[in-house]
Design a protein around this ligand. Structure first.
Ligand code: SF4
Ligand code: FES
Length: 248
């Protein structure tokens, strides 16, 4: 496949960015999107040009590092698929592909396609943990957890913290991420002791980081590579309301 790429290039947050056009030649349909970018970067390095900066780590949909807006959609618009799992066979020979970074005030740009997502780390630090000492691995069934709760907690725990939900949202809201992280722990017996404090603190930190409000457009769920359900936002709203009332 031969493709034309329009890639956002920007040296740092203080300089203006622009789209640069590159040709991606002899790309195999079974390459991942990131492997295609590796090929383009090898060509740039051979010509002594600056390679395109982009984030990646596991390249198997686990770590949440890959973060590209492809043709206007975070992760490229294939349901349940992170950028690193997106294959070039989904594109057509001769196509022009636009590649941009996540764009949100709370994710300041570092370089080219790389943004700083440490706002998510600070939200986790504000409450995304269990602070009781749970000791060693307990015997199976020592702490009974209803099957529906364990299934829901596992669904929420699938969030890889990529930030696509923020990038897709017209308000740059982080509600889907926060809802997943709060719900994952609030649903389990080990997490219930800090349930109220967790909901209040993580929402407070989310607001302080500059993420926007949720208006339930559903764009977050549509692009989420782990298909985190909007229903977790409803659950977070309930947990937050209960915690607020108890606090008063
Ligand atoms: S909710 Fe989905 S899109 Fe948002 S950070 Fe988690 S995995 Fe990424
Ligand atoms: S590189 Fe780890 S999820 Fe994509």
């Amino acid at each position: 496949m031969n493709l034309t790429l329009k890639v956002w290039r920007q040296s740092n947050a203080n300089t203006a960015g622009r789209f640069e056009t590159y040709e991606a030649k002899d790309i195999l349909p079974d390459m991942s999107f990131l492997e295609m970018l590796d090929v383009v970067n090898e060509g740039l390095i051979e010509r002594s040009e600056e390679p395109i900066a982009f984030d990646s780590d596991c390249r198997e949909g686990i770590c949440g590092m890959c973060s590209l807006v492809i043709n206007g959609i975070p992760h490229g618009g294939h349901r349940g698929t992170a950028t690193c799992q997106l294959h070039m066979r989904h594109f057509t020979d001769g196509e022009t592909i636009t590649i941009e970074p996540w764009r949100a005030k709370a994710f300041p740009l570092l370089k080219d396609l790389v943004v700083n997502r440490s706002a998510f780390d600070r939200i986790i630090q504000s409450g995304g943990f269990v602070s009781v000492n749970t000791g060693g691995t307990p015997d199976g069934n020592a702490i009974p957890v209803p099957k529906t709760d364990s299934d829901l907690a596992m669904d929420a725990a699938a969030c890889i913290g990529c930030g696509a939900c923020v990038a897709a949202c017209k308000n740059a809201s982080a509600m889907l991420f926060v809802a997943a992280k709060v719900s994952h722990l609030n649903l389990l017996p080990q997490g219930k002791a800090e349930k109220d404090r967790r909901a209040l603190n993580m929402v407070k930190q989310m607001d302080e980081e500059g993420f926007g409000n949720c208006t339930v457009t559903g764009s977050c769920e549509a692009v989420c590579p782990k298909e985190i359900s909007l229903s977790f936002i409803a659950k977070l709203n309930r947990d937050y309301a209960v915690a607020t009332i108890k606090g008063k």
